[in-house]
Design a protein around this ligand. Structure first.
Ligand code: GLN
Length: 488
């Protein structure tokens, strides 16, 4: 009898393991079909740094981009550009996710430990932007006031070291939007983007004394000295021929797109012009895709772990498996999901060419699995013990009773909690921008960084999430009702 139970337990666990593997294999297959075209060089940038890196008519352009394309042309190479948050750019080079990066990156001793820098191609300064009537007139006035910066930049470091903890935004445009909205009292930013913001907004000014003197250079992977040399040679030649100066002058004259006045003009500017609604539509698809498959992994993994844990709790068997499951739950529930996502992307899949959507699905699936496991375990525990005993005394196997008697009841009991978990999961995927995935939230951010308008894109993003959550809740309610009906 004991032997038979153990074999049944094992085969139940084995089948669940197989389904997890199958799901992962399926996803891997899917992602390899979708893998982007390989070959050429890859570079990282943050296209929210006008006029060095920005999006125009759906294309990434700017001083850096023109320089890089010219460098690549001289090397006989093609470049594929990956757009990400600035604070991921250096990590992407360092971990080998891209070959190099150009994003108005200031050369600094700390960064030199992680990447190689080319010769400089531009000089820059960190400057202070304030509202025209501000009482802030110099650096010393910044102590004790709210200073906005772009996260991970030299401006961020300077303020933190010399003034105090800054308020960090994911790009300069957002920091300036916060300044306009009165959320911060000053913004510290690189001079050229700062000048563009100010000339585009009559209510802002730049204080006369800059905080730093800096140089921009291209960041190259440490393990590729040949690439560094080739880039340096090209930059040297371009400098001598006056190409660098010509590119800088060309973009130096460009003005930021102006903000539209009036609601319809603003709707047009944020969503219709240049087909910007596509950032939301494509982002929505990525969000749905990641949430759906992550929920699938979460439910399979969660059910498996829930069964192992409750079997161990109730029968004292599966000790080792239970130990591993508890370890997994502790680690996953004890660390923030954004950290898990970054570790999976940069460390675990650091040197592997893998679709980012798949990375996100795995990360969110593993994360959700931990929460689903505890929900399902509580569901199983809530089913009366007599049910299992009744099943067993009828001669049904442990696995069979679990599957056909216990699990359906457990599932019904925990449906509201599961629904809640999937709603959280859907919204949690909004951190995908950290690994350069353009999900719904990132889509809204991209529009914001092109139109410098925070209200419209963020409202649209919020509304879309809200509609999805309302739809999901509605479906879950229906399912709950149906299950209740079946019970009667
Ligand atoms: N020059 C700054 C830095 O390197 C900011 C660059 C940027 O925001 N793209 O930190």
């Amino acid at each position: 009898m004991q032997m038979q139970r153990q074999t049944e337990n094992r085969s139940c666990v084995l089948r669940c393991c197989l389904s997890v593997l199958l799901t992962i294999a399926l996803l891997l297959g899917m992602s390899s079909c979708k893998k982007e075209e390989q070959g050429g060089l890859t570079m990282a940038t943050d296209a929210a740094f006008f006029p060095y890196d920005y999006v125009e008519n759906g294309e990434i352009v700017g001083i850096d981009i023109d320089i890089v394309h010219e460098v690549a042309r001289r090397m006989g190479e093609r470049v594929r550009i990956e757009n990400m948050e600035f604070d991921s750019v250096i990590a992407a080079v360092q971990s080998g996710k891209v070959d190099f990066a150009a994003a108005g990156i200031t050369v600094s001793p700390d960064r030199e430990k992680q990447v190689n820098f080319s010769r400089p191609y531009a000089v820059a300064q960190q400057v202070i932007i304030v509202p025209v009537h501000s009482t802030i007139a110099q650096e010393s006035d910044l102590v004790g006031v709210r200073v906005g910066v772009q996260s991970g930049t030299t401006g961020d470091l300077y303020v933190k070291e010399h003034i105090g903890e800054p308020e960090r935004y994911s790009n300069g445009a957002m920091a300036v939007a916060a300044l306009k909205a009165g959320k911060v009292d000053a913004v510290v930013l690189d001079n050229l983007p700062a000048e563009k913001h100010v000339s585009h907004n009559a209510r802002l000014k730049i204080l006369p004394t800059p905080l730093t003197e800096e140089a921009y250079a291209i960041a190259v992977r440490k393990d590729n000295p040949q690439l560094l040399e080739a880039i340096n040679n090209a930059l040297d030649a371009m400098d001598k021929e006056g190409v660098l100066a010509r590119i800088a002058a060309e973009y130096g004259e460009k003005a930021m797109p102006t903000e539209e006045q009036g609601i319809w003009a603003s709707v047009h500017n944020n969503f219709v012009k240049d087909g910007r609604w596509r950032y939301l539509a494509n982002g929505l698809w990525v969000t749905v895709e990641i949430s759906f498959f992550a929920a699938l992994i979460g439910i399979v993994l969660g059910a498996l772990i829930g069964i192992v844990r409750s079997t161990a709790d109730q029968t004292g068997r599966l000790k080792w498996l239970d130990y591993f499951c508890r370890l997994y739950l502790t680690v996953i529930r004890g660390t923030p999901v954004v950290v898990q996502l970054l570790i999976i992307y940069f460390v675990i899949f650091g040197s592997v060419e893998i679709s980012k959507v798949l990375v996100a699905i795995v990360a969110f699936g593993l994360n959700s699995g931990a929460y689903v496991a505890e929900i399902i375990r509580s569901g199983i525990m809530s089913v009366d013990k007599g049910q299992m005993e009744a099943g067993r005394s009828l001669g049904l196997g442990y696995g069979y009773t679990m599957r056909s008697v216990i699990m359906p009841q457990a599932f019904k009991n925990v449906l509201p909690a599961l629904g809640n978990e999937f709603i959280v999961l859907l919204k949690e995927t909004s951190i995908c921008g950290y690994i350069a995935l353009q999900d719904l939230t990132k889509g809204g951010n991209i529009i914001l960084s092109q139109t410098y308008d925070a209200f419209m894109p963020l409202m649209a993003v919020a509304l879309i999430y809200l509609l999805m959550v309302v739809g999901l809740s509605h479906l879950l309610k229906k399912l709950e009702k149906r299950l209740q009906k079946n019970e009667r």
